[in-house]
Design a protein around this ligand. Structure first.
Ligand SMILES: O=c1ccn([C@@H]2O[C@H](COP(=O)(O)O)[C@@H](O)[C@H]2O)c(=O)[nH]1
Length: 279
């Protein structure tokens, strides 16, 4: 099955455009987990497996961020694999790694991620140039999400800069990705921040079929109403990510699992005005 079909199916089955971000921060794990005398990597594994169990009915996708697993040291990659294998097969899995390098290196990144069956998509950084994406564009069952207009304040430093053509760097990225999609069976999508809803229109309208990965709601404060307005005419399927506001919703309570589930359900419901356009 190609990536876009699996994405459509995942959103349709869950009736949700929610993507749960798996960002395991040892300082924020629920007390009920850290109280136990087990090694950090095992705490992370137990925590994330439970998060997956209680959120699965509310979301279409999971986005593990590699930085948090790499910080666990040599056990990080093993823990990443164990967490991946716990994610139900009908969910989209996006490895948030933001890779980008010369082609001989990028080919090895592509091997590292695409050799893991469970990973459907990968985030990529295009700032070394658009040819660095090519090694990832050889698998029709996979998708890439390329940073186009990120959610952080520093997006203004480069991505929102206007060039002499009058376009922003973000618009140039979107146009180039649209061109690349014409020549590739691998799905090409964009990462766009919910915190930038007001500036998103020229970017997403440059590539209206692009699947979108949208972080920035929850702890970063992006407005769902503003996002819903901006996405009104966008054809590509969106996934709206939230990490901390879901997975750490129950940090201090004994029944933290219920708080995590409730937080995911609550966000799924808030996203319903967006979701119903696509299911
Ligand atoms: O522009 C971007 C690109 C990626 N991210 C990542 O998404 C999550 C957001 O976490 P929250 O806790 O929901 O704020 C995190 O993994 C970021 O690295 C982003 O925030 N913005």
């Amino acid at each position: 099955m190609n990536f876009k079909s699996k994405l459509g199916k995942a959103i349709g089955q869950a009736k949700s455009t929610l993507c749960v971000g798996l960002d395991p921060n040892l300082d924020l794990l629920p007390n009920a987990i850290t109280d136990k005398e087990i090694p950090p990597a095992q705490q992370v594994e137990q925590f994330l497996k439970t998060v997956i169990d209680v959120t699965t009915e509310h979301c279409a996708a999971y986005k593990p961020n590699l930085g948090f697993f790499e910080a666990l040291g040599s056990e990080g990659w093993t823990t990443f694999g164990k967490v991946l294998s716990h994610i139900p097969n009908d969910k989209i899995v996006i490895a948030d790694a933001k890779r980008g390098d010369i082609s001989s290196t990028a080919e090895h990144y592509a091997k590292a991620f695409w050799n893991r069956k469970k990973i459907d998509a990968l985030t990529l950084n295009p700032l070394m140039g658009f040819e660095t994406l090519d090694p990832f564009l050889k698998e029709s069952s996979k998708g890439i999400y390329v940073l186009a207009l990120t959610s952080n304040p520093g997006a203004k430093d480069i991505l929102l800069r206007k060039l002499s053509s009058g376009q922003t760097v973000s618009e140039v990225i979107a146009n180039q990705l649209k061109e690349k999609q014409r020549k590739s069976d691998t799905s090409i999508g964009m990462v766009v921040g919910a915190t930038k809803a007001e500036q998103l229109t020229p970017v997403i309208s440059s590539f209206p079929e692009a699947p979108l990965l949208i972080p920035g709601v929850g702890k970063q404060g992006g407005s769902i109403n503003a996002l819903a307005n901006t996405l009104e005419n966008h054809n590509g399927l969106p996934l709206i990510n939230s990490s901390r506001s879901i997975i750490y919703a129950g940090n201090d309570t004994a029944n933290w699992q219920q708080d995590v589930a409730a937080s995911a359900e609550n966000l799924k419901n808030k996203l319903a005005p967006i979701t119903q356009r696509y299911v």
